[in-house]
Design a protein around this ligand. Structure first.
Ligand SMILES: [Zn+2]
Length: 361
């Protein structure tokens, strides 16, 4: 089984710069109860127990504010808190949902005009783990209900895995492989040893079963993923799900002006290490930009992915685990797509930005 990376026609919109008109007048007086501006979400952390969301806003001159969060637009049934300063950290539910947040200045018992309301999209970590380890659930590409016997692909504890990046694959590929390995080992509590080396041998044309066990070769070889538009692909590696070895195959070597498949090295090594796609329609906020998204949004593991891997590890997920074990450990839902749960794909609107010009199949 292999996954392929394709590049759609690259469309990079040039930003139209327009200088702001010079303003001859400005207000020198401040009104503490005027509407709070620049209300933003600066950070969202996802754990097994909660979504922690950090809000920031610009001071209106007031020293106190009322922070309001509701389950419907305009409501404050979840939170109605007095806040000093211009930041608030909210511990939201663990489940996937949309909530509505706004903030207003307060003074002398009066509440001023509220800010623009922000939708907060919370992510359920169990969906992230299901997608990454089993390829099921509302954040995966599969709508099927998985069998309890579905396997997770994880290198066995104590293994030594050799990642060989051919010189032909370029220094960007080597650098990307090293960064991925550092992030991966930290998230997985160093459960294996990984050696990253480079070689002048091209490895081109070497069959998968001729690659040594516990080895991932990153090479230029355009015979493995011939689909139109594909720039790279990889096999799932770890036994027993995979063949115990893998190759990441670039369809062309990077050049001085074209990074080619090197932009997808960490994503493809993710597949070689057993990770499946993690899909979400939006990339408007950094917390939704996943390495394993089939739209190539970032080039290394995201904070959410690393947190999911650490949570799965802490929950007992190991080489050879099947999905029913993950269900019993509370790491995934018994049903991949419970009808009563909102799904991230339906909650989070699809938004486009420049980096979505690169699409992974
Ligand atoms: Zn992929």
């Amino acid at each position: 089984m292999k996954r392929a990376l394709a590049v759609a026609a690259a469309v990079v919109a040039a930003a139209c710069g327009s200088s702001s008109p010079s303003s001859p007048s400005s207000s020198s007086s401040s009104n503490a109860l005027s509407a709070t501006s620049s209300f933003t979400i600066s950070l969202q952390s996802v754990s097994m127990t909660a979504n922690t969301v950090v809000f920031n806003w610009t001071s209106t001159g007031a020293t106190t504010y009322k922070m309001m969060i509701g389950t419907t637009s305009g409501a404050s049934d979840l939170l109605n808190a007095d806040v000093t300063g211009t930041t608030y950290t909210w511990t939201g539910p663990r489940t996937a949902n949309i909530f509505y947040a706004r903030v207003a200045p307060t003074s002398g018992g009066q509440t001023g005009t509220a800010s623009t309301e922000l939708p907060v999209f919370t992510i359920d970590m169990r969906y992230v783990i299901d997608a990454l380890y089993f390829g099921y659930g509302p954040m995966s590409q599969s709508t099927a209900q998985p069998a309890g016997s579905a396997q997770a692909a994880i290198w066995a504890d104590g293994s030594t895995i050799n990642v060989i990046v051919t010189e032909e694959s370029g220094t960007l590929s080597l650098d990307a492989a090293r960064t991925f390995v550092t992030d991966y080992l930290a998230a997985m509590s160093n459960h294996i040893t990984i050696n990253v080396t480079t070689t002048s041998t091209t490895w081109t044309g070497v069959a998968l079963n001729a690659i040594p066990l516990d080895t991932v070769v990153v090479r230029v070889d355009n015979t493995v993923c011939p689909q139109v538009g594909v720039i790279a692909c990889a096999y799932y590696g770890p036994l027993p799900y995979g063949a115990g070895r893998s190759s990441v195959n670039l369809n062309a070597a990077p050049t001085a002006t074209t990074p080619g498949g090197s932009v997808a090295i960490a994503h493809e090594i993710g597949h070689a290490f057993g990770l499946h796609h993690l899909v979400v329609g939006s990339s408007v906020r950094p917390e939704f930009r996943f390495l394993m998204n089939p739209a190539l949004l970032v080039s290394q593991l995201s904070t959410v992915e690393k947190a999911a891997m650490a949570a799965a590890r802490a929950g007992g997920m190991r080489n050879g685990w099947i999905r029913s074990q993950a269900v019993a450990a509370g790491l995934v839902f018994a049903q991949a797509n419970p009808a009563y749960m909102p799904t991230p794909a339906s909650l989070i609107p699809t938004l486009n930005d420049i980096i979505e010009s690169v699409v992974i199949k």
